[in-house]
Structures are given as C-alpha cells and as structure tokens.
Design a protein around this ligand. Structure first.
Ligand code: UDP
Ligand code: MG
Length: 304
C-alpha cells in the first residue's frame, strides 16, 4: 500500500483538486490511502476534507486541536500512515501529483528515500530563491548533515525509514534534516514547482527565518563554538592592545585622545556579546522546552 500525507492549513479550494489528481495517479499503482492532516485550519478546509472522507474511505484525515505548524503536521502523518511507502506533499498543488509515478518507480527499483529537488520556475520570487540557496549553504556548512539544495518536504520514504522517523520525539522537528541524517539508499528526482493558484503562502519571511534557525540549531552546535572562537580572538586582540595601552600610558604624555576607538570597541564588543548570549539562549530555551517532554502535537479528531 502507498500512503500519501498532505498537511493542510487554510487550504480551501485546494483540497478537492489535490485529492482528485492524487487519486487519479494512484488508481493505477495499487492500493493507497491519502491522509490529510488539518493543521488547525480556520477556514473550510476540514469541512472539505470530511466531505471527501465521507464519500471515499481511502481519504483519511487527522485534525489538530490548533495550528502546530507544517513540520508537526507532517510528523503526525508519518506517525499514522500504514503504507509500505509514504509520500509527503503540499496541499497547494505546487508539488505536481503526476510526479508520484516517478517517485514510486524509483522506490520499486529499491531506493528507500526518493526526495525531490526543485527546479525553480520563472515566477518564484527572487528573494525566496536566494534565501533558500543561502539557507542550505549555511546549514550544510554548519552541521554534519548534507541537505540537498532545493529539497522540499515532497518525498517518498520507505516504511523502514518512516519507522525510524517515528522514533524522533523532539519538539523542533526539521524533517528535511532528519531524513538526510538517517541515511539509507537515497536518490532524487527533479521537478518544476507550480505556482500557487488558491490561497496564500503560509511561509512568510519571518516563518522561513524561524524554520532556518530551527534547522540550524537542531543539527549543529557550531554557533556555540563560533561564540567561543570569537571570544578567544577578541581576548587575544585586547591582550596585545592592553600591552600597548600600558606602554603608552607609562612612556608618553598624550593619552587622553581616543574617544572614537573606545566607543567603537565598546559598541562592537557589546554587539558580539549580545549575539553570543542570544545564541546560548536559543539553545538553552530549546533544552527548556524539550526537557518538559510535551507532545509535539494534539489531535482533536481523526478518521484513519
Ligand atoms: N502548512 C501547514 N501548517 C502551517 C503552514 C503550512 O500544514 O502552519 C502546509 C500548507 O497547507 C501547505 C504546506 O504546509 O500544504 C506548505 O505551505 P506553503 O505552501 O504555504 O509553503 P510554500 O510552498 O509557500 O513554501
Ligand atoms: Mg506552497
């Protein structure tokens, strides 16, 4: 059996078309289930899903008690899918359902993870393209996972990989990173992103930045080390500078001038200190939340 997991947050107007197109593709490929994960939508999304569910038992759903975020919706889908492979994709038709045939083909060849690499369409916002490239460069530089450039949460996982992902009980899920970290036989296929026809993107610049910070901090402690290196560098610099300052004080008379250099170094070092504190705080905060061991999401209703 093939499972398809589709997280949906305020996606009225997209539910019917995606269900139709995915079913059409899967019809010829064997038994399947489509699991919609309603991430606390505030519009008619859940209603549309339930309507489909009433007509077609292959269409199942999980509904969260509130909005928990895309990554957690995906995790819930993976946790509940029963297929021999699980495909995750967006609800907004940006991920072409017709590509599923190709994903499944690769899986049947024996690959355990078939991820997709986005070839940007002409109308992808320049800033999003740039941001995404920069993000993957930085995260791959900082952490010991190697996430393919342009990888999105559109991929196929074999049951054995899904079983491993299920074991991750962390609150800050960054599934892209986890999948890269897990290993197994991986391969990729390329696709061109469609533009969104219904609704608006839920990933605003600030949400993308939050995802980027989560991605980096959940896979790397290098930012903490960078604070240490910066601290060491500046201590060493100030050590030599203090030798000079003492020398100047003892052997020359004119040492009052230098307001600019003092102001600049105080401001600069203050900035570095605040950044380092913030980095430590980020990790500490995550430990604080993680240590409480709260559930990653809460289900209000489901039909699986
Ligand atoms: N999504 C979700 N919860 C959220 C935000 C988004 O389940 O809090 C879903 C959304 O419905 C869509 C997918 O995640 O199916 C990707 O979101 P979107 O298309 O807004 O992101 P983009 O493609 O613009 O990066
Ligand atoms: Mg989208």
């Amino acid at each position: 059996m093939i499972s398809v997991v589709i997280p949906a947050y305020n996606e009225t107007g997209n539910i019917n078309p995606i269900a139709q197109r995915v079913s059409k593709v899967l019809e010829n490929l064997g038994p399947y289930e489509i699991i919609f994960v309603d991430d606390g939508s505030m519009d008619g999304t859940l209603g549309e899903i339930k309507e489909l569910n009433a007509k077609n038992k292959k269409i199942k759903f999980i509904s969260f008690s509130r909005n928990f975020g895309h990554q957690k919706a995906l995790k819930a889908g993976l946790d509940h899918a029963r297929g021999d492979c699980v495909i995750s994709m967006d609800a907004d038709l940006q991920h072409p359902p017709e590509l599923l045939t190709k994903l499944i083909e690769e899986w049947r060849k024996g690959y355990d993870v078939v991820y997709t690499v986005r070839v940007d369409s002409a109308d992808t916002a320049f800033i999003k393209k740039l941001g995404s490239r920069l993000f993957y460069k930085i995260i791959n530089l900082l952490s010991n996972v190697n996430i393919p450039l342009g990888a999105a949460d559109f991929r196929l996982l074999d049951k054995k990989v899904v079983d491993e992902v299920k074991k991750f009980q962390e609150n800050w899920l960054f599934i892209r990173g986890i999948v890269a970290w897990i290993g197994f036989n991986q391969t990729s296929v390329e696709y061109v992103v469609n533009s969104r026809t219904q609704g608006r993107t839920k990933y605003s610049a600030s949400r993308m930045l939050a995802l980027a910070i989560d991605g980096i901090t959940s896979f790397s402690i290098l930012p903490l080390r960078i604070s240490i290196i910066l601290g060491l560098t500046f201590s060493l610099g100030s050590f030599f500078y203090s030798i000079y300052a003492i020398y100047a004080k003892v052997f020359s008379k004119a040492v009052i001038r230098g307001w600019t250099s003092i102001l600049l170094s105080v401001l600069f070092l203050g900035g570095i200190q605040l950044i380092s504190l913030g980095v430590i705080g980020e990790y500490l905060g995550k430990m604080f939340i993680e240590i409480k061991n709260r559930p990653a999401y809460i289900i209000k209703e489901k039909d699986l």
